[in-house]
Design a binder for this molecule. Structure first.
Ligand code: 5GP
Length: 141
């Protein structure tokens, strides 16, 4: 959702904007991405208009988690692929462009079509890692 009203995904869920729908239940809606990384690129969206994942209710989180593997399996079968990525962006600097939680299911084809891996990593700093892991554990209590 943006400041002016419902997100584009809420309009799609409500049928006000057309889409290639692949799945719907009481809490979840899934449809093909309009600008796919590869054929079959699917977006799985909670009907609840939370902007980012950490704000999503437990009920919607459980509903999405329950159907993601099932929809992934159907995408693989429909596209004849065996591999895929699940991508989930939160915040503009983390490449989110639609501010309504969504999971991308992106088939990876043997010819290379699909997501490529542009991300950089470096070996963990164990002192910093121990501190952050401890803080995460505290916040989960
Ligand atoms: P994000 O960058 O927020 O993780 O991904 C948003 C995705 O939504 C993009 O891949 C974009 O192509 C897709 N998208 C944006 N607008 C529409 C639309 O109107 N219809 C559909 N089907 N997909 C959309």
């Amino acid at each position: 959702m943006d400041e002016e009203g419902p997100s584009i995904f809420s309009l799609i869920i409500n049928g006000e904007i057309p889409c290639h729908r692949v799945y719907e239940d009481d809490l979840v809606f899934a449809f093909l991405d309009i600008n796919p990384f590869s054929p079959g690129h699917t977006l799985v969206v909670p009907k609840e208009p939370a902007r980012t994942l950490e704000k999503l209710s437990s009920e919607s989180s459980q509903a999405i988690g329950a159907v993601l593997p099932r929809i992934s399996q159907a995408v693989l079968k429909a596209t004849g692929t065996k591999e895929f990525n699940v991508l989930q962006n939160n915040g503009p600097n983390a490449f989110q462009s639609v501010f309504h939680v969504h999971f991308h299911i992106i088939p990876k084809y043997e010819d290379g079509r699909g997501l490529s891996w542009p991300f950089k990593s470096s070996p963990i700093d164990h002192e910093e890692g121990a501190r952050i892991a401890s803080e995460i554990r505290e916040h989960l209590i």
